[in-house]
Ligand binder design. Structure first.
Ligand SMILES: [Zn+2]
Length: 160
């Protein structure tokens, strides 16, 4: 089976891309989907989405189990400390993803990694606002949600 999963994480000007290709099995694809879903739970909580907040404990537990399965190693140098992926093949890609999370967290950027609050958009983004208040990935999604809210208010007024 061949499939591709790409994850881009941007932290402090650094982009981490994780590719799963070629030798991936059905089990790898299932693992990738489970990691994605757990990550979505955390990132939705970062935008205050009720569904995300309700999923946090389950998502954290899943990601902690994943960290045991796809460990990272700490590399200490005179310049600093970094988490590096371990393993080979697809397992290394999962480990790379988890090391990218640790990197973002060590830079204080983890709460700023969010998923768009527009429920028809699953785009993850790095919130670069001064007060960490961004809820949408783009002006397009923000505008779409504002129009949706306006229509809902209009419908409520018409129903009264
Ligand atoms: Zn969006």
């Amino acid at each position: 089976m061949s499939f591709e999963v790409r994850a881009h994480l941007v932290g402090a000007g650094r982009v981490v891309a994780v590719d799963l290709r070629a030798d991936a099995t059905d089990a790898d694809a299932a693992t990738a989907r489970e990691l994605r879903d757990a990550l979505l739970g955390i990132l939705r909580a970062h935008v205050g989405c009720d569904e995300g907040v309700a999923m946090v404990a389950e998502s954290e537990a899943h990601l902690q189990r994943a960290a045991l399965r796809f460990p990272v190693t700490t590399v200490v140098t005179a310049q600093g400390c970094e988490q590096h992926p371990t393993g080979t093949g697809v397992d290394r890609s999962f480990s790379h993803l988890l090391s990218a999370f640790a990197d973002l967290a060590s830079r204080g950027a983890w709460p700023r990694v969010k998923v768009c609050k527009n429920d028809t958009c699953y785009t993850a983004f790095l919130d670069k606002t001064r007060n960490s208040s961004a809820l949408y990935c783009s002006m397009a999604c923000s505008g779409q949600m504002a129009i949706r809210a306006y229509r809902e208010r209009k419908k409520e007024c018409a129903a009264r």
